[in-house]
Design a binder for this molecule. Structure first.
Ligand code: SAH
Length: 251
């Protein structure tokens, strides 16, 4: 059996109970060594075979899975955060489909929610934004033109920008053009939930300078929007004058 498992953002306890159990029972683990905490591997049983996918091609990963399947072994493919977001999981699943090998996918805590927890904010505030945009700036992987950061920023929704901190200058430029103001709050969270986590708070005006000063150029979330700092309305859900399915309004 092949199980794709989201390892969570870093802290070893932020994997799901199901994911941890699969790791404990695994005969073979293929882990994304550049981002997954090695601490997860301490939960593997003795004799479990470990492969770091950082130095492997897609074909090599599939070979390891196939060999495991042939021997009826339990194989875990450990992805960082949640595998459905920038996980390159689809190309693996497609090749397994071709080979008629079945698999399951176990979700994980993505780094965008982990980063928001680290700064203790809420993405979806009434009268601020009810939408979260997850995106990235183009790098070696292109981004469709209609999803250019400037165009997305024009919606003024809450944003979590992955894979982009190395280009913070260009990110800020596009966001400022989209938002049409440069006092928009920004939080850059480096290695959210790891022991060496760093939080850098600023606005579109000064965040580039602050990030460069801290030397952060990888493994960071760039969170953007007025949800980070500013006014909002209270929720209707807990409003004493508002009745809903589970609670009557008080007089
Ligand atoms: N599937 C992962 C994302 C993989 S892409 C997830 O759901 O989080 C890798 C990018 O994710 C990094 O460039 C960075 O932008 C972000 N990232 C991963 N772990 C992070 C962490 N602990 N703190 C901040 N950003 C992180």
């Amino acid at each position: 059996m092949i199980s794709f498992v989201g390892a969570g953002p870093g802290n070893v306890d932020l994997i799901t109970v199901k994911g941890r159990r699969l790791l404990e029972e695994a005969d073979v683990v293929i882990y994304a060594g550049s981002l997954v905490s090695k601490e997860h591997l301490n939960f593997c049983k003795e004799g479990c075979k470990l492969h770091n996918s950082a130095s492997m091609t897609l074909e090599e990963v599939i070979e390891v899975m196939k060999a495991g399947e042939d021997e009826n072994l339990k194989v875990v493919r450990l992805h960082t955060g949640d595998p459905s977001i920038y996980g390159a999981i689809k190309e693996q699943m497609d090749l397994l489909d071709q080979e008629e090998i079945s698999y399951e996918v176990v979700p994980g805590v993505s780094s965008f929610t982990a980063a928001c927890s680290s700064i203790k904010k809420e993405f979806t505030l009434p009268d601020v934004s009810q939408t979260v945009i997850l995106t990235r700036i183009e790098g070696r992987t292109p981004v469709p033109e209609k999803e250019d950061l400037e165009k997305l920023a024009a919606h003024k929704a809450s944003m979590a920008i992955f894979l982009s901190v190395q280009d913070i200058g260009r990110v800020v430029e596009k966001l400022a053009r989209g938002y049409q103001r440069d006092d928009v709050p920004v939080a850059v969270v480096y290695k959210a939930t790891w022991e060496d986590e760093k939080i850098i708070i600023g606005t579109l005006c000064d965040i580039e300078e602050k990030v460069k000063k801290e030397g952060v150029n990888k493994m960071a979330q760039i969170l953007v929007g007025d949800f980070i700092d500013g006014d909002y309305s209270r929720s209707k859900l807990y409003d004493p004058t508002f009745t809903h399915e589970y609670r009557r309004a008080s007089k």
